[in-house]
Design a protein around this ligand. Structure first.
Ligand SMILES: *[C@@H]1O[C@H](CO)[C@@H](O)[C@H](O)[C@H]1NC(C)=O
Ligand SMILES: *[C@@H]1O[C@H](CO)[C@@H](O)[C@H](O)[C@H]1NC(C)=O
Ligand SMILES: *[C@@H]1O[C@H](CO)[C@@H](O)[C@H](O)[C@H]1NC(C)=O
Length: 617
């Protein structure tokens, strides 16, 4: 009790780095970092959230704080002779106004990212959707992290000479600074097919047969193989890499780092091979440690002395200053470094220059992507298909009726009760695409489309084959991890048990507040902060809004406009074809000159939630 009140004292009197608007972190019981011989900090799927979360205390630290945090842990490694490596596994762009509302879009992102000393970095799929952002990697991120950026299965057309080449080296071998651990590292991306035509993703199945890869694996003077990538840790791609590497090196420890599915997860492949995935949006700093590795020096020792057992530990750190201070044994005066503060300041200036605080309206209550079932008054999708879309969209002609189908993955984040700002706009819907439509589709077929896009069947099989998913990434992940839904809904609120925990900082169950409660291959003790469970409900691939009629009406329309967000056009056309209506992209039209869905939503907010005169907190 005494310690928790000291902590409360610090919280009350502390001045925080983080962004000026960000709420102070809340004190909570913590698990310690399992520091060891080799340690890692891992970020993934940052999607431009360099400023952290200014509306959520648990994730309110920013990239500048992360820079200070990493500096203190590097100092610790140097002091005790261990090692620390920083890893980022891609999707650094798209999903936050700092990226999406700046002109050009990468204006701040590359400058901010490069301020952190990342030891191993790679591309995600979002860097590759558009030729410009792939070129951004070529011109900025690759040179900024020269020698640390790997592209094991990714080529680009060199914009300077038009020739195809690897975006970055395929792999590298290096020795850690203090321990001299010899590491062979690869940087992958999953078998992504939605990239623009200036990049080439080489399927992992093909990569593992290439001679450079086989040659690299022949090296026996290696203490650890490190595979990091923008790849779900439970994917077929990592399963194949694991199998291939294991058959070449039967006892070398293999550490995987993954991403893309936006969740916390830890997979145990075998007793010397594991994989860590560290969430999304600067919510999580993944911590991983390995003990008992051989080193270049231990090779020289007699064989019987080398047989130490390799052990792995993981921790998912909530990205806030309460956690960071605790894990570095610093306080608010000793924690921030000059470099970190400079970056925090630069992020704040970027946010100010973009006017992200501009208020469009005031949300009357929370709207959730996953914390409420669909349909539900507090489901963001119910809000879209009963209010925003029907009240905003006009069919092609007067009195025409329409259905609008949008995919749930187009919505990236929740709306919290209170100010809906320029910041919120891009968090919820960062994508630039608009709506398209097909005129006069027989209602009989149009009305069956949604089932085809949502339920098992030929269209879903084709999506899977093409690695295309229409749901938010964490829901795609849940398709392979059914207990994500069951666990969150059936668990008692205070679900952790005494044997789950390593010693805690203090506090009692009564003080817990909602947050991540991860269940992975090593159990339920991975999160650094002990939380109450947050519900996680299933959402469909697509949701539908009706314009000018209700599904329950007696008089069904003969024909309707079929409207949809551009991203799913291919699937709409395939679905209609399957229902016997043959249309091609020639039959489709752009709605309202391509006005983006983001702007349609924002205009609705201005019109319906503009309560300028009212209090909005
Ligand atoms: C890529 O597509 C664009 C049109 O979107 C086209 O102009 C260009 O020639 C294509 N490049 C290659 C290498 O195919
Ligand atoms: C922070 O730590 C330093 C060094 O241990 C100490 O001198 C200082 O009083 C602490 N500050 C607070 C506010 O606790
Ligand atoms: C921080 O910013 C100041 C002012 O721009 C600069 O003089 C200083 O060198 C920077 N320090 C670090 C460590 O980046």
């Amino acid at each position: 009790m005494r310690r928790i009140s000291l902590v409360s004292f610090l919280l009350i009197y502390g001045s925080f780095a983080a962004q000026p608007l960000a709420p102070a972190p809340k004190a909570a019981p913590l698990r310690e970092l399992p520091w060891a011989q080799l340690n890692f900090l891992h970020t993934t799927d940052i999607h431009g959230w360099w400023g952290g979360h200014v509306q959520e205390a648990s994730f309110s630290a920013d990239w500048g704080d992360y820079i200070s945090f990493a500096k203190h842990l590097r100092d610790r490694a140097d002091a005790d002779g261990s090692d620390l490596l920083l890893i980022d596994t891609g999707d650094r762009i798209e999903g936050n106004a700092i990226y999406d509302s700046s002109k050009p879009r990468g204006k701040f992102t590359y400058e901010i990212a490069k301020k952190q000393n990342i030891d191993l970095i790679c591309s995600g799929n979002h860097e590759l959707y558009k030729a410009e952002s792939a070129d951004g990697e070529f011109f900025h991120t690759v040179p900024d992290f020269k020698g640390n950026y790997l592209a094991s299965n990714l080529d680009i057309i060199n914009p300077n000479n038009g020739r195809r080449q690897p975006l970055a080296p395929r792999y590298k071998k290096f020795k850690t600074k203090n321990q001299g651990i010899r590491i062979l590292a690869f940087g992958f991306i999953f078998d992504f097919t939605g990239n623009d035509n200036n990049t080439f993703v080489i399927p992992v199945e093909q990569t593992v047969k290439e001679s450079w890869f086989k040659d690299a694996l022949r090296d026996k003077d290696i203490d650890l193989i490190l595979v990091y990538g923008h790849v779900d840790v439970r994917s077929a791609e990592y399963a194949l890499l694991y199998k291939t590497i294991r058959s070449a090196q039967w006892d070398t420890p293999i550490q995987f780092f993954g991403g893309h599915s936006h969740i916390r997860d830890y997979k145990i492949f075998d007793s010397t091979s594991v994989a860590l995935e560290s969430g999304r949006y600067m919510e999580t700093i993944g911590f991983m440690s390995i003990d008992g590795l051989r080193t270049a020096d231990s090779d020289k020792r007699p064989a019987q002395q080398q047989k130490s057992k390799v052990t792995f530990s993981r921790r998912y750190i909530d990205n806030n200053l309460f956690s960071m201070h605790h894990h570095t044994k610093k306080n608010e005066t000793t924690f921030p470094t000059e470099h970190g503060l400079n970056v925090t300041f630069a992020i704040g200036e970027a946010r100010d220059s973009l006017g992200l605080g501009e208020r469009y309206g005031c949300a009357p209550h929370d709207l959730w992507v996953s914390r409420r079932p669909y349909p539900h008054d507090e489901s963001i999708f119910t809000w879209l298909d009963t209010q925003v879309l029907p009240q905003s969209i006009k069919p092609s002609e007067r009195n025409k009726k329409a259905i609008i189908i949008t995919n749930t993955g187009g919505i990236r984040f929740d709306v919290f009760k209170g100010p809906f700002t320029k910041d919120t706009k891009f968090l919820v819907s960062p994508f630039t695409s608009g709506l398209r439509y097909i005129k006069d589709v027989p209602y009989k077929s149009a009305s069956r489309l949604i089932k085809l896009l949502n339920n098992e069947g030929p269209i879903l099989d084709m999506m899977k084959d093409g690695n295309t998913y229409l749901q938010p990434p964490e829901h795609v992940a849940a398709q392979y991890r059914p207990d994500m839904y069951i666990a969150s809904q059936s668990q008692e609120l205070h679900s952790y048990t005494a044997q789950d925990q390593t010693p805690l900082l203090g506090g009692s169950e009564d003080e817990l507040f909602p947050g991540y409660t991860t269940h992975d291959d090593a159990g339920k003790d991975g999160d650094d902060t002990i939380h109450q469970v947050i519900p996680f409900y299933q959402v469909p691939n697509c949701v539908q809004a009706n314009i000018g009629f209700n599904t329950g009406d007696e008089d069904k329309p003969e024909v309707v406009d079929v409207m949809y967000n551009e991203f799913i056009q291919k699937w709409i056309l395939l679905g209609l074809g399957y229902l016997g209506e043959s249309y091609t992209s020639e039959d489709t039209h752009s709605y309202a000159d391509g006005k983006s869905f983001t702007n349609i939503m924002t205009e609705w907010v201005k019109e319906h939630w503009d309560v300028a005169s009212e209090e909005c907190t």
